[in-house]
Design a protein around this ligand. Structure first.
Ligand code: HEM
Ligand SMILES: *[C@@H]1O[C@H](CO)[C@@H](O)[C@H](O)[C@H]1NC(C)=O
Length: 334
């Protein structure tokens, strides 16, 4: 506990003073630092079933939609990427707020209804207690373990933001065409190692992509990092580069086993079956290629890097303490 609270603290001045002080603060459960930090079991007193209700609601849904976990995992990334993990992605356009969902970068974000369902369940159990931001993070965490990935403990206590802008999403969510430097920057800025950054991209072991995300690789010329047969397949699936003619309902699996969280994604990358350009790039760039091949050979190594990276992702830039609010309806500020 002590170790984790040190690692996870964000923007809390007293933390740097000394380990002893931190210990005192945590033990006494007083002081500005404690109220302004994520902690394990944040809901243990006020909503003891919070985490299990998130998990059971998601688990029940996975039976009907085995691709729901993929949607939850990507949602968490896109939420955390814009102004921290504050559920800003769920806010609808009203007044000064313009929904992040308007941004092209959020093309394909889906199953927001499932977050609403979890929220309703929690509002019944403990009204006004569990934030939408924590629900997103917990649902993503459970999405991983429910599909065969690692069990990850994450601290809670995130608060919901009160503003959203589609322009912020345009600026901060990386596009499918992101280059290696910018890709590494996204995760390095959250304190991740290169291996953890590659592990994050391993989230593409789940889910699907659409033609709009890959036409840059197919037209006017074919990206030569695509395996020959695979590239041909993609061209058949996405036969036109013209946005107005692209069928946005057509989708492709992110890896061969896209309802299981495993290291198949990395095995696919090794044989030229990366779907988005950044997928192929991590397999080919000398900075990351050895990590890709290590993950392809050793699933546990992928899992442990993913787990530590996920904790960092979901702790980045969060609102805590009395910042923000706990939204009653995830789509609107209170
Ligand atoms: C710079 C890094 C990343 C880029 C450029 C990227 C890009 C994309 C793109 C273009 C799609 C497909 C959108 C579509 O066509 O429908 C996608 C899907 C997905 N991404 Fe990423 N991604 C990145 C990092 C991540 C991270 C860090 C996670 C989670 C931790 C993640 C999880 C997912 C998942 C699960 C899907 C499938 C979603 C579904 O089936 O609905 N991605 N990503
Ligand atoms: C498909 O989605 C893209 C991106 O949102 C959009 O530009 C395009 O017009 C859509 N195509 C069709 C046929 O709806």
């Amino acid at each position: 506990m002590k170790l984790y609270t040190q690692k996870l603290n964000m923007g809390c001045p007293a933390i740097s003073m000394s380990v002893v002080l931190i210990w005192l603060f945590v033990t006494a459960r007083v002081g500005i630092c404690v109220s302004a930090r994520l902690m394990f079991g944040f809901y243990d007193n006020d909503c003891p079933r919070a985490e299990s209700l998130v998990r059971s609601t998601l688990a029940a849904n996975v039976l009907f939609d085995p691709t729901a976990p993929a949607a939850m995992l990507r949602l968490a990334f896109h939420d955390c990427q814009v102004k921290g993990c504050d559920a800003s992605i769920l806010l609808r356009s009203t007044g000064r707020i313009t929904s992040e969902m308007v941004s092209d970068r959020n093309f394909g974000i889906r199953r927001l209804d499932l977050i609403d369902r979890i929220k309703s369940t929690l509002e019944l159990a403990c009204p006004g207690v569990v934030s939408c931001a924590d629900i997103i993070a917990l649902a993503a965490r459970d999405a991983v373990s429910l599909t065969g990935g690692p069990n990850i403990q994450i601290p809670t206590g995130r608060r919901d933001g009160t503003f959203a802008s589609n322009l912020a999403a345009d600026a901060l969510v990386p596009p499918a065409t992101v280059n290696m430097h910018d890709f590494l920057q996204v995760f390095n800025s959250k304190g991740m190692t290169v291996a953890e950054s590659v592990a994050m991209l391993g989230a593409h072991t789940l889910g699907v992509g659409h033609c709009v995300s890959i036409i840059n690789r197919l037209y006017p010329t074919r990206d030569n990092t695509l395996g020959f047969g695979f590239g041909g397949q993609l061209r058949l699936t996405c036969p036109t580069p013209y946005p107005a003619f692209i069928n946005n309902n057509t989708f492709m699996q992110n890896d061969l086993t896209n309802v299981f969280f495993d290291n198949q994604y990395f095995r696919d990358l090794m044989v030229g079956r990366g779907l988005f350009s950044i997928d192929s790039e991590v397999a080919n760039d000398p900075t990351t290629s050895q990590i890709v091949s290590a993950f392809a050979q050793n699933q546990n190594l992928f899992f442990s890097n993913f787990a530590s990276a996920f904790v960092k992702l979901t702790a980045s830039n969060v609102l805590t303490g009395d910042q923000g609010e706990v939204r009653r309806n995830c789509a609107f500020v209170n």
